[in-house]
Design a protein around this ligand. Structure first.
Ligand SMILES: NC(=O)c1ccc[n+]([C@@H]2O[C@H](COP(=O)([O-])OP(=O)(O)OC[C@H]3O[C@@H](n4cnc5c(N)ncnc54)[C@H](OP(=O)(O)O)[C@@H]3O)[C@@H](O)[C@H]2O)c1
Length: 334
């Protein structure tokens, strides 16, 4: 009994200590001649099969925990909003892992800049510009990708815009625009990508929601609504696709230092052009992207990325909604 408790305690400690390196380092496990990590990766069977979240081996002699990190090498990854901020940072990390990337957003010149700065050749990168607001039926875009690469392993729905205006002042046209870009666009794109994933019984869909998808905030009524809508849609989709081995990851970042507030829409739908103080002092896009990639590799269902205040806010809203409501309305409207 005592020994079992010691084992459990040690396993718990090992979990606490787990570090997720940027790149896979070969791991030598007791009793195996070859580095365990490298052998499994080279056989290419770690992504995205369910049950392969983490491979843990507890050695019998010293209780050491070994972790094998899957890699995105050779995977076909389509990412929207790839021209700046979090999307650009994700492209840089995935390029290092030698993923094949499809980069989308409205500005083709910016997508080409990202391709160049990330050292992506034309063979392993397709530039596919489009406007999420005018997406209509995206099956033609999917056909272009399939004609070139044959399949899509991962779709990252990252493209989006924010809002800086009170609900009472915001034109209904601006509300609709935010819903088109942040909600209907990603939903339509996902629906077009799904048939291929379902037939292969494999795939991963990543959705960049927000802590504003967990609770409302000043000046963000439509933005927050669009992110809440994403949460509802993709949580339901996750259940529906479980049997098809398709994994859905919802990412809820807090303040990340990107141009999101500069690009945010004002009441009449114009670009705000203003960098918020909190935004400028937020977490870097690179750190945020690293956390997203870790969560993708671990096949998590949801992650909150933010400082302790933001993490606590999500927790308070869930367990003490009335107290949370009193606290949040004292925040600065920015
Ligand atoms: N930064 C934060 O604090 C924060 C927090 C929570 C969640 N998020 C979410 O993270 C995602 C990325 O935002 P970011 O912070 O990286 O901001 P960002 O630097 O402004 O990037 C937004 C990206 O979305 C693309 N985009 C915007 N409107 C589009 C449209 N109509 N059609 C196609 N693409 C469009 C932009 O490219 P083009 O201009 O070239 O189209 C750009 O690549 C968004 O979904 C955002 O809601 C951000």
């Amino acid at each position: 009994m005592v020994i079992k408790l010691r084992w459990l305690l040690q396993i718990y400690r090992n979990f606490q200590d787990l570090k997720f390196p940027d790149e896979l380092t070969p791991i030598r496990a007791p009793g195996l001649d070859e580095p365990f990590g490298r052998r499994l990766i080279s056989s290419g069977n770690l992504i995205p099969g369910r049950g392969m979240k983490k491979s843990l081996i507890l050695s019998s002699d010293n209780f050491t925990t070994y972790i094998v990190m899957p890699s995105f090498s050779g995977k076909i990854v389509w990412i929207t909003g790839a021209s700046s901020g979090i999307g650009e940072a994700l492209v840089a990390l995935l390029a290092k892992e030698q993923a094949t990337l499809i980069l989308s957003s409205r500005r083709e010149d910016e997508l080409r800049r990202v391709q160049k700065t990330c050292g992506l050749t034309d063979e392993c990168c397709l530039i596919l510009p489009f406007d999420l607001e005018q997406l209509g039926n995206p099956s033609k875009l999917v056909e272009i990708v399939l004609a070139r690469y044959g399949q899509i392993d991962v779709l990252i729905n990252n493209g989006g815009i924010s809002q800086r205006a009170y609900a009472k002042d915001t034109d209904i046209g601006t509300d609709r625009r935010l819903m088109e870009v942040n909600y209907f666009g990603p939903v339509a794109l996902t629906k077009s990508v799904l048939p291929g994933m379902i037939s292969r019984k494999s795939g991963q869909i990543v959705v960049i929601s927000s802590v504003a998808g967990k609770f409302g905030f000043f000046l963000r009524s439509a933005y927050s609504a669009s992110k809440h809508a994403l949460q509802g849609f993709f949580e339901s989709l996750r259940m529906e696709l479980f049997a098809d081995n398709i994994q859905v990851l919802l990412v809820c970042p807090g303040k990340i230092a990107t141009h999101i507030s500069v690009n945010a829409l004002t009441a009449d739908g114009k670009r705000s052009g203003r960098m918020d103080d909190a935004q400028a002092n937020g977490m870097t896009a690179e750190t945020c992207a690293r956390r997203i990639l870790e969560a993708m590799k671990q096949q998590k269902e949801e992650i909150i990325i933010g400082n302790s205040r933001e993490q606590t806010a999500v927790w308070l809203k869930r367990f003490f909604p009335h107290f949370f409501s009193k606290m949040i309305r004292k925040q600065k409207a920015e």
